[in-house]
Every structure is written in C-alpha cells, then in structure tokens.
Design a protein around this ligand. Structure first.
Ligand SMILES: Cc1cc2nc3c(=O)[nH]c(=O)nc-3n(C[C@H](O)[C@H](O)[C@H](O)COP(=O)(O)O)c2cc1C
Length: 728
C-alpha cells in the first residue's frame, strides 16, 4: 500500500473473546402497538450496544452490566438462504462474483420481494493474478465463497481485501476469507467506522480475532490511494478511496479504479433484484455482469432502491454525489443530457449547508459502476446518473417546504430498520425525510433539523433499561425546541424484554405537551414484515397529516392575500355555523400590548342571510365580555371534528390575567384586527358586534360577518354534546 492515509494505523492484535450476559427471552405485556418477535436468528452482539451504552447515564450503564436474571434466550438458529454463485467478467482484469438469491428478502424487507444479488469483485494486478478482492457476501447465503476463491486461485495470490461496507452478517465470511488467504502481509482496507466495528467484534469473536492475527489493518480515508503492483515492477492499477457515509451506513465508501474507470460504488447505484439472476443469457448463452437491457429493464429496481434507502438521507446523498463528481466516459446519451441534471444538483448542493467538507473534487471519469447489489451499470450509466441527480435535488428541495425529521439510534440495526420503514412511508406520501443517526449527528445538526421540520419521529433501543445517552440528550434538545413543540410526532424502538426506552420517550414528550400523530411503535428484537408494514403506514399517515396542514396554511395565506373577500368564501364559512364548537378571539386594537382574549363558544347560531349575521351568547362574568362592545370586532374559529381536543384543553387551562392564551400554539392573525385565527380550525369568520341583548346570565351578541374562509373543506364541524342543560 503506498501513500495510504493511515488514520488509524495497523490495529493491534485482537483481544480474546469476552463473554457477555445474554438477554433473557421473557417479554412483559405492554400497551400500545405490540408485535410478536421473530425467533432471534442471531445472538444479540453486545459490542455496539456497549458503544451506545458506554456513554449512557450511570443508571443505564450500571444496569447493562447486571445480567438479566430471567430465563436464558433460546439458542439462535442460523437461517441460510439457497443462493447461487456466478463468476462473471467485467473486463480482462476484473471479475465480479455474483451471489443471487430469490428467496432472501432485501434489506428493505417489505413490498418488493424480488430477492437480491450481492456482488464481490476480484481485481487483477499487472501480473495477471488476482491481487485485490472488493467485498464479501453475507453469511446468510448458502454459498461456499471461500471455495470459489480457491477454485479461481485467488486465495494464493490476494494481497488486499477491501471492504466498502461492513455488516455483522458479513464478518464470518470475511474471517473465513482472511483465514484462507496464504499471502504474507495480507492487508485489509476499510473505513474508520468499519475498522472500529471490526475491532469491537473481534473482542468477542475468537474466530475473527484469530483470522485477523496475521492481517495488516489499514483505515482508508478521503484521498487514500492504493497501487496494485507485482513485486519489483512499476506502479500498476491505481485505486482511490472515497468515503460516502450516510446515517444508516456510516462506514460506506466507494473505490475508483483509474486504469479502467470502474467505480465500485458499494450501496449507491444498487438494486435489489434476483430475477433469474439478472436476466439475459444472450451472447451465446453467457450471462453478463452488466445491465443488459438498460433502464427499461432495471429502471424500476434502481428507483425503488433509491426511494427506500437513499431518499430519506438525500442531503447526505447530495454531499456524496458532489464528492464523487462522476463524469460518464462512455456516455450513451448526449453530454448535455448527462450534465443538465448534475448541474441542477450542483446548484442545490451549493445552497445546502453541508458542514466542513466542502472541498472541490476533481471530476471522476467513470465507464461503469460496479455496485454492491444488482447489475453493473454500463448501458444505463448516463440515465442512472441523471436520475440520481434529479431525485436527490427534488428530495432536498422538497425538504425545504415539508420535511419530517427521523431521529434514531440503533446498536444492532433493529431500530434502524423501523426508522427506514417509517421514512419510506413518509417519502411515499411525497414528504421529504431528513434522517439523523443520533450516534453521529452533532447537536447543531439536530437543532437545524428540528427548526425546519413539520413533524418528527424519535427511535431508540432499550439498553440496560434505559435510553442511550445520545437519545437522552436529543430528547432534551427536542423538548426545548420551539418549532418541534408545535409539530406532530411519535416514538418507536426495538427492545428485548423490558423495553423502557419507548415508554420514557413517550412520557417525556406527552408531559411536555407534544402531539402524537400515531401510537408509539414497540418491536421485540428484529422487526417482522408486519411490523415494518405498520411502520410504513404510520409514516404515511404522519406525512398525510402534514400535507393537509400545509394545504390549510396555503389556503389561509391565499385568503389573506385576496384583498376583496369573495362572497362565496364568506357564505361557505357561515354554513359551518350550527351550534358549533368555536373559539372566539378578539383584540382591542393593533398596537403592541393591546388587550386580547379568547374563549370557547358553542352557543352560536346563524341569525341573518343578508347581510350574513349570527348570534353568540357570552356569559356575563367572562373577562372577554368587556372586549365585545357594540362596534368591536372578533374572529369566530369553527373547530374541526376530531381536531378539537388540543384546543379545548388549551382554552380550559387556568390562566393568569393578560397571559397569552395561545402560548406554544401555532396561530395566524387577522390582518384587519390582529385577532387570532386558528389554522387547525374548519373555518373562520371575521365579525363585528352590531347589537347586544341581555339574556339572563348571558349577553347575546348579534354580529355581522365581514369575511370568512373555509380552511378544511373535508372537515366536519365539531359539536359539543352536553349531558344537562344547566352547564356547558
Ligand atoms: C447490553 C444489552 C443491554 C440490553 N438491555 C435491555 C433492557 O434493559 N431491556 C430490554 O428490553 N432490552 C434490552 N436489550 C435488548 C435490545 O434492546 C434489543 O436487542 C434491541 O433489538 C436492540 O435494538 P437495536 O438493534 O436498534 O439496537 C439489551 C441488549 C444488550 C445487548
């Protein structure tokens, strides 16, 4: 390895395995959405949990160390999926090893069940022997990957193993490959986050620790390079490493081969599909590694993969695409067709605050993209690059107008899967998602996301009976954030037996007055397909609520803009008055500090067609009554059925004289009088008191309607039914 940036240096030999307490299997009965656990297929690995929990509060951390005393979990059963391995050439110096499996659900374990393909790549050096292996498949595939390498002669010639994304399920295969390789000084190259995971796992995994004993570990970072050479010869093929992290895959990196301009793109530009191991056997019956048939054949799979896995992290994708700066060297379309979407994306990227990493990157010539999943992109290269740029720009822009922040931490990926499914539901409804993995995100990033979101969801595993510190800290930040307090939210999380995390988050948010858009989602260990479906549908519901609210706001803004109120708007709004539950608001002048008031009013009735007029009965002892003399203006907000509870609670809260009745509630103001308009209402009417009549313990006001607007034409008017006529 030459000039490789050693951010970490060679790792020390792995420590002997440390035995940790295993979680017990018993599950308490809990309220809210509950799911049966799928039989845990693997023993929960405790290393990442320790990483999250190590930073936990003393209570939480202490609890982690105490072994749960309940009955021990059933031993894990290894599930294998029938898979097929094929070696397919990309060019004379690069072969792909494709493992395809039609049974295996993809990472996105819902909806599209086309199975998956996982690719590894073998690169030859100048001597014509395999020198570098990029990636290994997951252990769940029932293939003998090591035997395939042996049959190809690679185990005796490999000098470098490069991992573009490390998952716990790939580790056993990696350990077997390392153990089988015969070359002295074998190097394993991976990003810093992957190296951390590897070291942690090696502490608890003897086979892995022993396989790593004679291997040189190299952490690669941006700007790292590797030359494949035969000993004693000049420099050969150059490989460049480009980290492209996302919240879900913090260790993700791409590798570029200068000699043939292949970009090994890891999860980017991937697709989950194993349909007849990616189709044609044309050309004399040989299957091709590339995307024969191009966009027409694989377009939907690329689009679906992007939608599920990358759309929720569009900001990070924009940064990664900017960093990669790909230029197609074998353009199938015109250069203009390639450049136009990339320019659009560049404009969006420029507008983003992308953090410290804004360095200009050289254009990266690419003749084909070799992803971790799906076909090698060659025929559809131009199209796919353009689509990625367009999709990403669209997502980032959509996030400016309506966006849900998906905030989570996850030690083993179970809560991450829930987050992914919720995100997919949200993006499906046309609302953008900003995903933050709280383990990596800074406080600034979190605050920025909270300031601009129209809704948020918070996810956490239960570790040691508690939330990981990162989630606890985030919870405090959320509760203090003024915007977050006004938007719909919910919580979710995976647990093993007691599951306190979701309860803690739910309680703290509800106590602070946050409004839940859907019931908290609790999931025991790994989510089932059914759980993921509930997540997706909950995300969809949340997004639809946000879209409706945005529409109501737009209508209100449009209504405010129209100088002359249309008669039909007024007439439609008056029609909503039928003994309706309303909030009456008034303000005594527009200057700052003017007296204002608000009250619930349900003794309301239409009293005249032309001019439109209505009556409202106000109790004599109401503070508000003094704000309603003849000639005074007020706004009558007609509440919507199903959305009235929060506002009733707000109105019925005790309050001090002159205290703001709408504190913490998003409201608009009448341009004419400054009185409060409630955007969540079904309609509002701007009225003027024309006459007053004493009526027992009430005063009946007769008011003319100056203007009005229906804010939600799908909403029914809320009506307050009473038990007796002697009280409201
Ligand atoms: C060290 C450790 C401590 C744990 N403590 C608890 C606990 O107190 N209560 C519980 O319900 N589950 C506990 N679990 C189980 C995890 O919550 C469960 O594995 C969950 O699926 C992890 O979610 P994640 O994949 O998002 O990290 C613990 C697991 C580990 C490894």
């Amino acid at each position: 390895m030459q000039a490789a940036a050693k951010a970490h240096g060679p790792a020390a030999a792995a420590l002997p395995a440390a035995r940790r307490p295993r979680p017990a299997a018993a599950a308490a009965c809990r309220p809210g959405l509950r799911f049966q656990a799928t039989p845990e297929r693997r023993v929960p690995q405790d290393a990442p949990a320790r990483q999250l929990a190590a930073k936990a509060s003393s209570t939480g951390a202490a609890a982690v160390e105490q072994a749960p005393t309940q009955q021990a979990p059933a031993p894990p059963t290894e599930v294998k999926y029938a898979a097929k391995l094929e070696v397919l050439p990309l060019n004379p110096k690069c072969d792909s090893i494709r493992v395809s499996c039609s049974e295996r659900l993809s990472e996105v374990e819902f909806n599209q069940r086309h199975g998956t393909t996982t690719n590894a790549y073998l690169l030859k050096g100048s001597g014509g022997r395999y020198e570098a292996l990029i990636d290994v498949p997951s252990r769940v595939f029932d293939v003998d990957f090591v035997r395939a390498l042996r049959d190809l002669g690679a185990t005796s010639s490999l000098r470098y193993i490069i991992i573009t994304r490390l998952t716990p399920e790939r580790l056993p295969v990696l350990a077997r490959v390392l153990a089988a390789c015969e070359q002295q000084g074998l190097q394993l190259l991976l990003s810093n986050p992957a190296l951390r995971l590897l070291n942690e796992r090696a502490e608890a995994d003897e086979a892995l620790a022993s396989a790593l004993r004679n291997v040189q570990l190299e952490a690669v970072s941006r700007g790292s390079e590797l030359y494949l050479t035969q000993r004693g010869q000049a420099r050969g093929r150059r490989l460049r490493f480009i980290p492209i992290p996302t919240p879900r895959w913090p260790d993700l990196m791409a590798v570029h081969s200068d000699e043939d301009n292949i970009l090994f793109s890891s999860n980017f530009f991937s697709a989950h599909n194993a349909s007849e191991a990616l189709l044609p056997t044309a050309n004399g019956g040989r299957r091709s590694a590339a995307d024969t048939g191009g966009w027409d054949v694989f377009g939907n799979d690329w689009a679906f993969y992007y939608e599920c896995m990358l759309a929720p992290v569009a900001r990070q994708v924009a940064t990664a695409l900017d960093r990669l700066n790909i230029t197609a060297t074998q353009s199938q379309g015109s250069l203009a067709a390639v450049l136009a979407p990339l320019r659009r994306l560049a404009a969006v990227v420029e507008e983003l605050t992308l953090g410290a990493d804004n360095g200009e990157s050289e254009p990266l010539p690419v003749s084909m993209i070799a992803p971790m999943h799906g076909p090698v992109v060659k025929q559809a290269l131009t199209e796919l690059l353009g689509r990625y740029a367009d999709w990403t720009a669209a997502q980032v822009q959509a996030a400016e107008s309506s966006c849900v922040a998906v905030l989570y931490a996850s030690a083993y990926g179970n809560t991450a899967s829930l987050a992914q499914a919720i995100s997919h539901g949200i993006t499906k409804a046309g609302v953008a998602v900003e995903t933050l993995n709280l383990e990596q995100a800074g406080l600034d990033e979190l605050e920025r996301a909270l300031d601009r979101c129209q809704g948020f969801v918070l996810g956490s595993p239960t570790l040691g009976g508690h939330l990981p510190t990162q989630v606890q800290t985030a919870l405090g930040t959320i509760i203090r954030n003024a915007n977050a307090r006004q938007v719909p939210c919910s919580v979710f999380g995976s647990f093993g037996w007691s599951g306190e995390a979701v309860d803690i988050m739910e309680k703290r948010l509800k106590d602070a007055g946050f409004r839940f858009a859907f019931d908290p989602i609790r999931c025991k260990f790994k989510p089932t397909g059914q759980t993921l479906q509930v997540c997706e549908e909950s995300g969809l519901d949340l997004a639809q609520e946000i879209r409706k609210a945005a529409k109501r706001k737009e209508k209100l803004a449009a209504a405010k803009l129209s100088v002359a109120e249309t008669a039909s708007g007024k007439a439609l709004a008056v029609a909503r008055v039928l003994g309706s539950l309303c909030v009456l608001t008034a303000r005594d002048g527009e200057e700052e500090g003017a007296a204002e008031g608000a009250m619930l009013a349900s003794w309301v009735s239409q009293a005249s067609f032309d001019p439109p007029g209505l009556t409202v009965a106000v109790k004599r002892d109401r503070a508000m009554e003094s704000l309603l003399p003849v000639g005074a203006s007020f706004v009558l907000n007609v509440l919507a059925e199903g959305r009235e509870k929060a506002m009733m609670k707000q109105m019925l809260k005790p309050f001090k004289p002159a205290e703001d009745r709408f504190e913490g509630v998003e409201v608009q103001r009448s341009e004419a009088t400054g009185a409060v308009i409630i955007p969540e209402a079904a309609a509002y009417l701007e009225c003027k008191v024309e006459d007053r009549m004493d009526a027992g313990d009430h005063v009946v006001l007769y008011a003319s309607v100056d203007s009005g607007q229906v804010l939600d034409d799908t909403a029914q008017t809320s009506v307050h039914y009473r038990k007796v006529g002697s009280s409201y």
